[in-house]
Ligand binder design. Structure first.
Ligand SMILES: [Zn+2]
Ligand SMILES: [Zn+2]
Length: 421
């Protein structure tokens, strides 16, 4: 089980080095992919995967999408994605008549109130027709307004003026209400090759309603993947994040104070830690220390920071020491708050991380994360160097000539060959 980050920018993006939020996970080990968030440009990110990330993730294998919240940097890629994956209808093909049974949905989308209406209306307004169908299931609270799924008639199938009527390629979705404890349990599941996977969800505090998702294998030895949307405090989802603890926690860190030693130019280190913290909170976001503190609270085995602010672009090449230093400083701040002395990865586009088995070998975390980047069995004392080298794996092949001594092939846990840098 591994996560591939397709977009790692905060809402200020997309930027020169990062697309906005989206990631996919090969949850079931059967080639299918489950996606979390789908920012503008996500479809193109599938086409831009660098050669060293092989095997590439394939857009047509995405079967479920989990949306964390309705902010534009998380949902504006959904309709372009559906247009691509659901395929255009044959020439002269009209949508399924209202009287016929619709085909089962090829893509199932889960998300907060309003998501169904958003997708439906954009599909209608852009006159999108597809060969395959989709469905939107909404995770609702008692206060939320529902979006009905009235069947289309011949005359009204594409009318934006009738928002309660399904799009012609839409299947009626479920309205899934939270339990009294505020959590959505077992909203989806899948039969993986290794174990059955159960998906739970819970609210997290952001400036608007936001959801975090947990993906749990139920068969021992199990893994649990926790992916949080934008948040300044994920406390409400805490009950889903313990017993067992997350094997991998993906937590946002939109802003960060930068240490003077990591910032020779002095531009980023000008803001004090207190100022940065306050600003992040006021916008509903986290700093690395908050991500590290939550990882400590839930005893996460691995931690990756995501949703990185525009001040902190991903390094462009191995020689881009200035950017490496800044990114390393961000990871180090989370690591210190986490208190395990373990490496914290700061996500960049196309980073792939393994989800480790819980407690099978608790000391292997660092190497597991960096195995994808060719850094196996290195002492934690080399952490700072390691992080820099890890980030370098985003580089293009042209940079290999002067690094050939370090370049060799390695196998990841799935047995796939990947290049080591
Ligand atoms: Zn965001
Ligand atoms: Zn947001």
């Amino acid at each position: 089980m591994s996560d591939t980050f397709l977009g790692t920018s905060s809402g200020g993006g997309p930027s020169e080095s990062r697309n906005c939020s989206s990631l996919v996970c090969d949850m079931l080990a059967d080639q299918s992919l489950w996606m979390v968030d789908c920012a503008e440009g996500t479809t193109r990110q599938f086409a831009l995967q660098p050669h060293y990330t092989k095997p590439h993730v394939r857009i047509h294998y995405v079967s479920k999408i989990f949306i964390t919240h309705m902010h534009a940097d998380h949902i504006m890629g959904i309709v372009p994605f559906l247009r691509n994956v659901l395929l255009p209808p044959p020439a002269g093909h009209s949508s399924h008549p209202a009287s016929s049974l619709p085909k089962p949905p090829k893509v199932q989308i889960y998300g907060p109130a309003g998501l169904r209406l958003f997708v439906r209306q954009i599909m209608k307004m852009t006159l999108t027709r597809t060969l395959e169908n989709y469905v939107v299931h909404e995770l609702l609270t008692a206060e939320d307004t529902t979006t009905p799924c009235d069947p289309p008639s011949i005359n009204s199938a594409s009318s934006v003026a009738e928002p309660n009527i399904l799009h012609c390629n839409e299947v009626a979705g479920q309205d899934i209400y939270a339990s009294p404890d505020g959590l959505w349990r077992a909203i989806a599941q899948g039969n993986g090759k290794i174990s059955k996977i159960v998906v739970d969800a819970g609210p997290i505090h952001h400036r608007d309603p936001c959801i975090g998702y947990t993906f749990s294998e139920i068969q021992f030895p199990s893994r649990k993947l926790v992916i949080l949307g934008d948040t300044y405090d994920p406390a409400p989802i805490l009950p889903l994040c313990i017993n067992p603890p997350p094997s991998l926690l993906i937590h946002e860190a939109t802003d960060s104070h930068i240490s003077h030693h990591a910032d020779p130019s002095g531009k980023l280190s000008r803001r004090t830690a207190g100022e940065v913290h306050q600003k992040a909170l006021s916008r509903g976001h986290s700093v690395p220390e908050m991500a590290g503190a939550f990882a400590k609270q839930v005893d996460a085995q691995d931690l990756v920071l995501n949703h990185i602010g525009g001040r902190f672009p991903a390094p462009r090449n191995p020689q881009d020491r200035a950017r490496h230093k800044i990114i390393n400083d961000i990871g180090k701040k989370a690591s210190e708050a986490w208190g395990k002395g373990r490496h914290v990865a700061v996500a960049y586009d196309f980073l792939r991380v393994n989800v480790p088995f819980n407690n099978v070998n608790p000391t292997s975390s660092l190497s597991t994360l960096n195995r994808h980047h060719g850094q196996v069995g290195v002492l934690e004392a080399e952490l700072e160097v390691l992080v820099a080298v890890s980030v370098e794996s985003v580089e293009v092949e042209a940079s290999t000539s002067n690094r050939s001594a370090r370049s060799r092939e390695d196998s990841d846990i799935t047995g796939n060959k990947r290049r080591r840098w």
